[in-house]
Design a protein around this ligand. Structure first.
Ligand code: HEC
Ligand code: HEC
Ligand code: HEC
Length: 162
């Protein structure tokens, strides 16, 4: 768990959400190409090899753009196109990896299991923020008299009941 405060990871960018499907932030990547940043909802689904137990997640990318991009796009250096989470070599495994010839989990490679990667990052941030918000509420020192909000930690908050 990162010790850095997510609250201070906020950037001051306010983007118009929902008017256009995506916006170019004018980030110059590879030559003249400009990166198109999705402003709406991205449906996050398991890879085809997984028989899903839960409903797909409607992830509101736009609402998360108040946060610094590298909270999530953690390998992005700002100069190349952003790639998907399940890109080969990243979170590209559909089950927990096991050590060869054993039932034990290969802990060094476990980050590649896509489900763990999503749960750690999505739920991890919401949980950490929730704690910080509770602390702020107790210290009676909310920013501008208003407490920040965060996302769900319970299953149906992300996977709606089917
Ligand atoms: C809270 C997490 C989070 C934050 C913050 C975030 N993103 Fe994303 N972004 C995602 C997820 C999850 C996806 C979907 C990735 C996938 O499909 O594998 C995505 C997708 C994208 C894509 C499309 C990538 C593709 O596969 O074509 C772009 C471009 C992008 N984000 C840019 C940005 C930029 C620029 C910022 C900062 C202004 C940002 N994102 C902030 C989580 C985030
Ligand atoms: C770095 C912190 C961070 C990460 C990582 C993060 N979130 Fe959030 N999430 C937030 C914050 C902050 C909000 C509140 C945004 C708002 O409503 O202003 C939020 C709100 C939400 C909401 C509620 C939106 C609504 O309709 O009210 C959902 C659902 C959600 N997040 C899902 C996800 C998923 C899925 C991921 C992983 C792909 C994710 N979040 C990753 C910080 C984070
Ligand atoms: C903050 C959002 C969030 C919360 C809360 C959350 N998940 Fe997920 N979960 C995801 C994302 C994103 C994925 C990856 C996309 C997918 O597979 O649907 C995922 C994937 C899964 C998968 C693998 C795919 C499937 O449907 O079989 C299971 C199982 C799952 N979650 C169960 C749970 C359970 C059980 C809980 C509550 C203990 C939970 N999740 C809470 C975001 C969340």
């Amino acid at each position: 768990m990162r010790s850095q405060s997510f609250v201070v990871a906020f950037v001051g960018v306010v983007l118009l959400i929902g008017i256009v499907a995506c916006v170019s932030l004018g980030v110059a990547i590879a030559g003249d190409e400009e990166m198109c940043v999705p402003l709406g909802t991205i449906t996050l689904e398991p890879p085809d090899t997984v028989e899903d137990k839960r409903a797909a997640v409607d992830f509101q990318h736009g609402r998360h753009l108040i946060l610094a991009c590298n909270n999530c796009h953690h390998t992005w250096k700002g100069t190349e196109p952003i790639v998907g989470c399940m890109t080969a070599g990243c979170h590209d495994l559909d089950t927990l990896p096991r050590l060869e010839g054993s039932k034990s989990i290969d802990k060094d490679q476990a980050f590649r299991y896509y489900k763990n990667a999503y749960h750690n990052q999505c739920i991890g941030c919401h949980k950490t923020m929730q704690k910080e918000i509770e602390q702020m509420a107790r210290s009676m020192a909310p920013i501008d008299g208003k407490l920040p909000v965060t996302g769900p930690v319970g299953c149906v908050g992300c996977h709606p009941k089917e």
